[in-house]
Write a protein that binds this ligand. Structure first.
Ligand SMILES: Nc1ncnc2c1ncn2[C@@H]1O[C@H](COP(=O)(O)OP(=O)(O)OP(=O)(O)O)[C@@H](O)[C@H]1O
Length: 336
């Protein structure tokens, strides 16, 4: 810290301790440096207001968790921001550029890349071929390629080199010539994350990156997410597991019934009454901001079949419950 304001040395995003919000944290609060600004974004399915976000800014160079109970609208909001779905109303900008109505392909080219809850790697392509598909301007089989073979040949080599570096980082280099279908669920998640980096994104959006991942790979995924920030990217991720959120998120946005009901640093947000109400219903006295609080909640939920925190087979809380029930830990999910 050179200037005493908490601003990082150039490029050191891990040590930036300046407040993320301008002023008090709360739903729709302004950020010091937003990368996404969304206004009055709505999406209805029949009579359901799946997304009804009045105003939201996503901070740049930070890891933001988007949490909320099942059906809160998190995935729909991801789909809207990235052009995979169209809103009924609303507008948003990414890095200062208006993005509403822009196709998913163009959104990706502009540097906003997402992964999916269920991975979308191509099983019949090799790991390396999947990686090459992720490059922003991969030449493919265009006429130009034939005409300017040397030029494209150089770019193709560059893409392969970039893919090899990433595969090594993600410890998938020994699998590079294997079909993606042969990878475990956790390895496919790693591949999808590695592939998303081929386009050199500014914002990486991860939809439930930890779900179904074997605990042995969870730590590695968490470190990779932290590394994205260390390398200057912004991250927005959906996660049900509160421990994970507390471990890596700088900022937490809470959705319930399509709306943003709370925002703030993880420890504070998890004490927020609106969050507790949205998640816990009757369990008002439990503090999600502390490990002991989570344990107390586990014990309480174990006695209450109706409670929903995350889903039955996802997340630390869910895992504990299934263990206590004497059922398999990874029931029915992809294993890592
Ligand atoms: N294509 C669709 N058609 C009809 N309803 C939909 C569609 N997609 C989502 N919904 C509804 O919109 C609401 C929000 O769903 P969404 O999947 O965005 O929630 P979520 O917060 O991502 O939930 P989860 O944590 O379970 O993934 C839900 O009521 C859901 O049933």
């Amino acid at each position: 810290m050179s200037d005493g304001t908490g601003a990082p040395e150039t490029g050191d995003y891990m040590t930036d301790t300046r407040p993320i919000a301008q002023g008090e944290a709360g739903p729709g609060c302004r950020k010091r440096d937003p990368i996404v600004v969304a206004k009055q974004v709505t999406r209805r399915f029949g009579g359901i207001n799946a997304v009804d976000v009045d105003y939201l800014e996503i901070p740049r160079h930070k890891i933001t968790a988007l949490i909320g109970p099942n059906g809160a609208g998190k995935t729909t909001f991801f789909n809207l921001l990235t052009g995979f779905d169209q809103p009924n109303s609303g507008e948003w900008t990414f890095d200062g550029h208006p993005l509403s109505g822009v196709s998913s392909y163009k959104v990706a080219r502009m540097g906003m890349i997402r992964t999916f809850q269920l991975t979308k790697v191509m099983g019949k392509l090799t790991v390396l071929e999947n990686m090459r598909l992720g490059a922003a301007d991969q030449p493919g089989e265009r006429l130009f390629k034939a005409l300017f073979r040397n030029l494209w040949g150089g770019r193709e080599r560059e893409i392969t080199e970039q893919a090899n570096v990433l595969l090594q980082k993600f410890k998938l280099d020994t699998k590079r010539d294997d079909y993606a279908a042969s990878l475990s669920g956790g390895q496919r998640k790693l591949l999808e994350m590695a592939r998303s980096l081929m386009a050199r994104p500014k914002l990486v959006m991860l939809d439930e990156p930890m779900a179904g991942v074997n605990p042995a790979l969870t730590q590695s995924l968490l470190e990779h997410i932290k590394n994205l920030k260390a390398e200057g990217m912004s991250v927005l991720f959906v996660e049900h597991d509160m421990q994970m959120v507390r471990y890596i998120a700088d900022w937490v946005v809470v959705m319930a019934e399509g709306k943003v009901v709370a925002e703030g640093p993880p420890a504070e947000v998890m004490k927020d009454q609106a969050v507790i109400d949205a998640y816990l219903g009757a369990h008002h006295d439990v503090d999600l901001g502390e490990t002991e609080g989570v344990q107390a909640l586990e014990a309480e939920l174990a006695r209450d079949d109706e409670s929903v925190v995350g889903t039955e087979d996802e997340g630390i809380i869910g895992q504990h419950l299934t263990e206590q029930d004497g059922r398999a830990e990874d029931s029915g999910k992809d294993e890592g």
